[in-house]
Design a protein around this ligand. Sequence first.
Ligand code: HEM
Length: 625
Amino acid sequence: MLALSALPTWAILTATSATLFYVWFRIAFRERLALTAKLPGPAVYPIIGSLYLIKDSLSEFFKFAIRESRRFPEKIGKIEWMHRVAVGLWNPDDVEVILGSSVHITKSMEYRFFQPWLGNGLLISNGDTWHTHRRLIAPTFHAHVLKQFIHLFNRNSRALCERLDATSGQTVDIHDYMSEATVETLLGRAQKQNGGYEYATAVMKMCEVLHVRMFRPWLWPDWLFNLTSMGRMQKKLLHTIHSLTHEVLEKRKSERKLGVREGLYKRITKDEDDEVNGGDAEAADASGTSNGYPTGLRDDLDDDIGEKKRVAFLDQMLDVSEDGNVLTEQEVEEQVNTIMFEGHDTTASLCSFFLSVMGVHRDIQERCAEEQRRIFGTSMRPATFEDTLEMKYLERCISETMRLYPPVPLIARHATENIQLKSGYVIPEGTSIVISQYLLHRDPETFPNPEEFNPDNFLPERCVGRHFYSFIPFSAGPRSCVGRKYAMLKVKIMLSWVLRKFVVRADIPEENFRLTGDIILKREDGHPVRLYPRDMARQEGLERSPECVIQCITEYSAGSAMQRLSVTLVLAATLAAVSASPLSSADRSLVPEFFSRDPAWDGLVADIAGRDPGAKRRCETISRN
Ligand code: HEM
């Protein structure tokens, strides 16, 4: 008693209020607390909860979270701080309960940090607003509409290759180039000089600011955040970003007044569609190509849309805002900001990872290049929609890149009610649910040897029977990515150009990639690669390396008659290039040892000789060397 009376009144009042609040909190939320307590997770301490787990750098936290997840074999784990609980899920059955539902579609509280940037855009809106806007926007990304973009994708890809040509043989961070190119496609002709680069850099920095803020609870109150240097930086970055979007919209509006209805504005008819692109988009989807989406699932992007609805995104936004009652001008800007953000950094991340991986897996790169040669010969002509349907191996490599390096590594939802999971746990109302594609995609129960880059994981026969929610780079269900078809088309066309034009080399193997679980997945050390124009690479013996020959033989010995035929053709062409150029001593050491021992070699030589007598001589020269 004496000791208490020695304390100042304010201290006694504070301690009493805190105790009363704590007691009230335990009683008022007893059901929620009891459910939370049943969820597995690392130790939780009074007051600090799980905050002790937060690391200095994002990359450290990312690595730690991945390591820690292994301690929870039921593929569910929670962290807590004060009254806030976040539950991580990476069990496909449980993920389906959340993503497959049309009820659990409310975005988690963390998305509110995007508000000053994206307003009430599709990515972060909820409830009726989201429903109405999704119904307006989804048809504008239908496959039929996207065909209008093909010429733009080709034009931007050609410009990208011209920029990359100037770097020949130098180490560059390919992400810088990919970011600029993907923004250009979205900005179209409205951009000012260097606008794409300026925008992409501002977006990258904004993502960093948002991510740091999410991990620093003391920066959560807006008034406090706005006083910090980070808050001031955010203001400047948003000015850059919003000015550019505004400019794009204004330019489009004046074009419309002048009656310019071409390119992004063109309403495409069925006849034009078939004539220009020769092929039906629906048939393409039914042909077994999954394009990064579970083949057994459908969403509103697969819905049939009438000819009237074949309007591109910007045009649709301006049409409905001109009416005045559907969307206000501000809402249109918010949607454009959303699409510009979601539409560029994600695809840039995918292309950058793809090229870094190809740089180290040269045999796989050569198979991709060979597929391009089969489609285009040596031509650098623009790709058509039909061509993209032929790029089956490229598509498998793109899917495999997204499996290991999902551009959006986390999806978060807010539980608006208690949710019963298939694993038996109940997620209490008020919890943030975090779905980790990174962990889902590396689950050894779904993907044997999950750390190995293996495009065959996406052979149709391997996809059959796989849980639909075990590979979800574009999310799935009612809130799936609205731009997934756009993204796959754009990425295939861009990569087709790069693979036809260049040989890619990288020195850092995948096991040394330092990933940071940013909002969009990144490498801490960037994406350093070297590109050699193919003509030059051929002269230097870089284009078709002995690794490619070895890969051919391995496949030849294991393959069916049809596969043997295609392998033989690849090898015949490979040998032509390898034997026409002096091999480096390192390369030479790889070849004869393997050839002399491999029982498939003789069969392969005989097969080649039957098709191309000249190649037999080249085979013999190689094995003698
Ligand atoms: C490789 C490229 C892409 C990947 C991996 C990707 C992935 C995703 C994922 C995982 C979501 C769900 C996010 C969440 O629930 O928090 C999403 C949503 C979204 N994405 Fe993409 N995305 C890509 C490209 C694009 C493109 C090109 C666009 C537009 C042009 C786009 C527009 C959107 C929009 C508007 C949403 C919100 C949809 C809604 O909530 O209804 N995305 N994306």
